[in-house]
Design a protein around this ligand. Sequence first.
Ligand code: GDP
Ligand code: MG
Length: 177
Amino acid sequence: GFHSGKDINIVVAGMKGVGKSALTVRYLTRRFIGDYDSEMEAVYTHNTVLDGKSLTVHILDTAWQGDGTEIKEDQILWADAIVLVYSITDRTSFEKLREIADFVLSKRSDETKLVMTLVSNKCDLIHMQKVSEVEVTQFCAEYNCLFFEASASESSASVLNAFNGTCRQVRLTNRKR
Ligand code: GDP
Ligand code: MG
């Protein structure tokens, strides 16, 4: 396949409406585009430089089906990193991530090499915050996740930080890169 040593494959997962597509497109274009076809799954390839080393990132922006079919086993095996996205305004979207994370880990025997990061999106809507810091800290400890706060609508820097942080963690985890 197109998995060369330097490439990093990222699966963006989470409930419908949390901003997976908005985050992905913000990372790729530095722009916020408000609305996407949520039925559509897409893979993007992005060439960039990170920490002085060239990097090719493949991002699978998953489409939420709500029936457990949104991430296929071969996609989980393909991934170097899973970015778990919830919206700070939606408790259910946070709670759903346990199911997704458990499912992902059940398909990976080499789970130590899979990077998982947790991204809380829509941080511009802080006044509508429904998920506490304690819960987030606990989730990250339980699933060994790095945590990033982001707003796809307000801040390119926050989104870059989340994706770059994920890629750095893959490089650290996978010393061949
Ligand atoms: P997806 O189903 O997870 O791919 O979600 P989308 O990217 O389609 O976004 C769902 C809705 O949330 C859209 O109306 C977006 O404009 C909105 N949205 C996405 N990111 C943000 C954000 O950071 N802040 C706010 N306020 N709205 C956002
Ligand atoms: Mg989408």
